[in-house]
Design a protein around this ligand. Structure first.
Ligand code: P71
Length: 889
């Protein structure tokens, strides 16, 4: 069952937390203010914060647990959830909650290890908190053991127990963060403890990592599940101590648990003194719920394999570059004294300060000052992508190559603890490390479906071979659309939760209007529930029946509303847009020659407006150039023809202008968008794309008050209130925040480049894709993929289904099925027979994309075996949504 190398995260991103990238100048200022001790820096002064304590990404189930805290003083329901989780996962009957692990230690001291006690232990890190209490820790780690370095030296322990009276026998999973023990050793320690009539107290805070190590390295354990091993480990101890901010991915919380009712009685009587009542122990009800859910989830085999894969990969990258380090359960512990042999005093602090100066990465030196020289570089569980971790490793490697230049620190104020010490220093001349990965970390994850081929065969049959009819629960990576599938940020959630609902005028409405005015430069701002609602109103306000609406290609909903309003759509996009192999960079441009011919034929007054779409979706997400946008407006203005943008995916279009037009290389996306919009008279936007939200839209006019008034009239009738467009204040507030985030240069670059990255992996495998890669998706050219399947046997529909069968990935047909039949009943057989792989914003990593590409490459290898489909049910209109098929054998 276990332990193959995972190919991608077994989850997708649900919520992101934006990361700051302070400039070199800011970093130097921050470092100075922090007295060169990076402990004093805050996360907003930090790029990546490499600490694992309380920083894990939670699951969506955990985060929802936050909202059902039963904040009763006594007997909270969440306490029952916690007991239940501990019983099931860790196997102990009686649970005593504490505010965190120090609370659990306090209880232990009050009940089992009073002042003057001796605790033999495989861990020494906790000496810091035990020695002030007059408790002696006797280290009994087996220093000869190479693999299970956390094993107890059994003869040494036995000799010690014979010689002196110990209070308990202590053991820690992955002792001090670096030393795992074997199950065999744990059981032998338990036997010894029993022999001497002592309790074995096991700190199970890093039990998952230790269990993984046992699964991987201990004879006879490879076929057992993590859950199984964890339970056995936990049950081997008389008392367990658990830190909620580690494996359970909570931000705090702790507990002691036991099967011994007398010990539990003792714990309950003391917990009220130090922590709180025995049914909450100093934790909020919501924390107990988060903790309970975290414990229930923490043995998930695939999640564990993913976390440990990342840890191993990170450590290996550093090790192979020659960085002196020790393995950690949650990252790499760098030996600062060997890294900086020329710096004798506090080399760990000098290293941390230098790393921050050159890269913005923060690492924290814990515990007592000057005790050893390890600098832990820890990985927050599930919160970072492999790409980001590789770059953090590369920053450290880059520092290693410049280590001779790292400046020593002069002590300004010494102290007993690392958080106290302060330094003076100079800024060494270090070459900075520039990150170019996603500018956010993962705050919440959503598990994705795990299916096998047999289950997928059943699912696609039940869906009539139509990916629109698959259940999301049967889909692993969902590339159906980028519409409304975005991960929101924590900032957006803060706005969402803080918004005050009203059917009248909300603050959120004002925030929405102010943000839109500023970004688009338009005077009249109307919210709508999504894009097509704005399109309906715009079309009805601006089109007189019988007028022409020239546009660059078309989008289905846009064209439909123009026609419903009595307009006649005319395609005036450049010819290159229809050619899947043309590399022309501005395939979204309007052909002014075609436009001029239309105007010459019918007269300007017969043109309702130009419908100008950015990042033209049906052409493959192809951008228009700034020159074209300007020229179209310059052509139209003197003739009194309005230009109305479908500004959906405007930011992606702006990115292409920044990238492909040398005049804009140094212009911010924000300014490019504003300039684009200046060459038009109004716009519609499907907010479900650009605005980084799950629902919402915009209708805006530059300065025409009459249109705005007419549109408001329709807004009241079709959508909702004039101040909300049918949206709750919460969604307006999240949108007002989303539009600020959409303009971040780093964000939009990583978003668009992800499509390019996927395309290049497909191309490398020979898979034919539409060129150049567009703004939001990769389009497979199915005529070249399945040349042996006739278009009337729907090759793109079949390929979409085959991709699902092979990989669990869902994609969308854009070909003969979508295009439909002409008036004589024949299929249109369009020039483009495509499958669209659409990339949601901030949801998937490059590992997901690699898995998608590799799966499609496997299909391409055996493409000759793939045949077509025939309809078994064909709806009269928009048949791609509801149509059902059967494979042709
Ligand atoms: C996409 C979608 C969503 C979609 C719509 C219809 C059929 C299948 C999928 C929606 C767009 C769009 C452009 C350029 C307006 C809309 C409608 N795209 N303009 O690509 O791409 O906006 O969905 O908010 O109403 O999957 P709306």
């Amino acid at each position: 069952m276990p332990a193959t190398v995972p190919i991608h995260e077994p989850h997708k991103i649900k919520t992101v937390r934006l990361v700051c990238f302070p400039s070199l100048e800011e970093r130097k200022r921050n470092l100075q203010k922090a007295h060169f001790n990076v402990f004093n820096l805050t996360p907003s002064q930090t790029g990546f914060d490499m600490v694992s304590y309380g920083t894990s990404a939670m699951s969506q189930d955990q985060i929802s647990g936050q909202l059902i805290g039963d904040e009763a003083y006594a007997g909270a329901r969440n306490f029952e959830s916690l007991c239940d989780a501990v019983n099931r996962v860790l196997g102990h009957t009686y649970v005593c909650p504490t505010h965190n692990s120090l609370g659990a230690v306090k209880l232990m001291v009050a009940t089992l290890t009073p002042r003057g006690s001796l605790i033999p232990s495989n861990a020494t890190g906790r000496i810091d908190i035990h020695s002030p209490r007059g408790i002696e820790i006797a280290p009994v780690r087996d220093l000869t053991e190479k693999v299970f370095t956390g094993n107890v030296d059994l003869p040494k322990l036995e000799a010690l127990l014979r010689e002196r009276q110990a209070a308990i026998v202590g053991m820690q999973c992955f002792a001090d963060g670096q030393h795992p023990f074997s199950l065999e050793n744990l059981r032998a320690v338990r036997a010894l403890a029993d022999k001497f009539g002592l309790r074995l107290v096991l700190d199970v805070s890093r039990i998952i990592e230790n269990a993984w190590y046992i699964q991987k390295h201990e004879g006879g354990q490879a076929d057992r599940s993590i859950g199984d091993i964890v339970k056995q480990m936990s049950k081997t101890a008389h008392v367990i101590l658990f830190d909620g901010a580690q494996d359970a991915k909570s931000n705090t919380g702790g507990l002691l648990a036991t099967d011994n009712p007398a010990d539990h009685e003792h714990f309950m009587n003391e917990v009220v003194v130090y922590e709180g009542l025995h049914t909450y122990g100093g934790m909020a009800g919501r924390t107990m719920e988060v903790l309970a859910r975290g414990i229930s989830e923490m043995c998930d085999e695939e999640e564990v394999q993913w976390v440990m894969y990342q840890t191993e990969r990170f450590t290996e990258r550093l090790r192979s570059a020659g960085i002196p380090l020790e393995r950690g359960c949650d990252g790499a512990y760098v030996k600062a004294d060997q890294f900086l042999p020329g710096i004798p005093v506090y080399p760990e602090h000098a290293l941390a300060a230098a790393l921050y100066q050159m890269s913005g990465v923060r690492t924290v030196v814990p515990g007592h000052a000057g005790h050893g020289h390890l600098l832990p570089v820890q990985i927050p569980r599930l919160a970072m992508t492999t790409w980001q971790l590789d770059q953090v490793a590369d920053a450290i490697i880059s520092l290693f190559t410049q280590r001779d230049r790292v400046a020593p620190l002069d002590i300004e104020r010494d102290g007993a603890w690392n958080d106290q010490v302060q330094f003076r220093s100079v800024f060494a001349d270090l070459v900075p490390y520039e990150f170019n990965c996603y500018p956010f970390i993962i705050h919440t994850i959503e598990p994705i479906a795990r299916t096998n081929r047999e289950q997928r065969e059943r699912a696609i049959r039940e869906a009539g071979w139509n990916t629109f009819l698959l259940r999301s629960a049967d889909v692993s990576i969902d590339l159906l659309t980028d519409s409304g599938t975005t991960a929101m940020s924590t900032e957006q959630w803060a706005q969402y939760d803080g918004a005050h609902a009203t059917p009248a005028t909300s603050e959120a409405y004002h925030a929405f209007v102010d943000a839109m005015k500023e970004i688009y430069g338009y005077e009249y701002i109307l919210p709508t529930h999504q894009g097509r609602a704005a399109e309906q109103i715009q079309s009805e306000v601006l089109i007189k029946p019988g007028q022409f609406v020239p546009g660059n290609m078309y989008f289905t909903t846009t064209k439909l509303h123009q026609e419903l309003a009595g307009g006649i759509f005319v395609d005036v996009i450049v010819d290159e847009a229809h050619d899947p192999v043309s590399e022309f960079p501005w395939k979204g441009n309007i052909d002014i020659g075609k436009l001029d011919a239309l105007v010459a034929q019918h007269g300007a007054e017969k043109i309702a407006y130009i419908s100008f779409e950015f990042s033209v979706n049906m052409a493959g997400g192809q951008p228009a150039s700034m020159d074209n946008i300007r020229e179209v407006y310059a052509y139209c203005r003197p003739k009194g023809i309005p230009v109305l943008f479908d500004a959906t995916r405007a930011v992606e279009n702006a990115y292409f202008i920044q990238k492909r037009d040398p005049r804009y290389h140094n212009t911010h996306i924000r300014d490019i968008v504003r300039e684009m919009m200046a060459h038009g008279d109004g716009c519609t936007v499907s907010g479900k794309k650009d605005f980084l939200i799950n629902i919402g839209g915009l209708l805006a006019f530059k300065d025409n008050a009459e249109w705005a008034r007419a549109a408001e009239e329709k807004l009241r009738i079709y959508e909702g209130g004039v101040r909300d467009g049918g949206l709750p204040a919460a969604d307006l507030a999240a949108m007002a925040r989303g539009v600020l985030e959409m303009l971040d240069d780093r964000y939009i670059k990583t978003r668009v480049e992800q499509a390019g990255w996927l395309a290049s992996r497909l191309t490398d495998a020979g898979v034919p894709v539409v060129a150049p890669t567009g703004s939001h998706a990769v389009f497979i050219d199915v005529k070249r993929f399945l040349p042996h399947v006739d278009q009337d046997e729907y090759p793109a529909q079949r390929l979409a289904a085959e991709i699902y069968l092979e990989t669990g990935v869902r994609v969308m047909e854009r070909g003969n099925v979508s295009k439909g039949r002409d008036s004589s009943g024949k299929n249109y057989r369009p020039a483009l027979e495509l499958v669209r792989l659409t990339i949601p914003r901030r949801v998937y990593s490059n590992e997901h994309m690699r898995a998608v590409a590799d799966g499609i490459a496997r299909l391409y290898e055996r493409r000759d075996e793939i045949k077509g489909l025939k309809f078994v049910y064909e709806p009269p209109a928009l048949r791609f949504f509801q149509g059902r098929f059967e494979p042709i054998m």
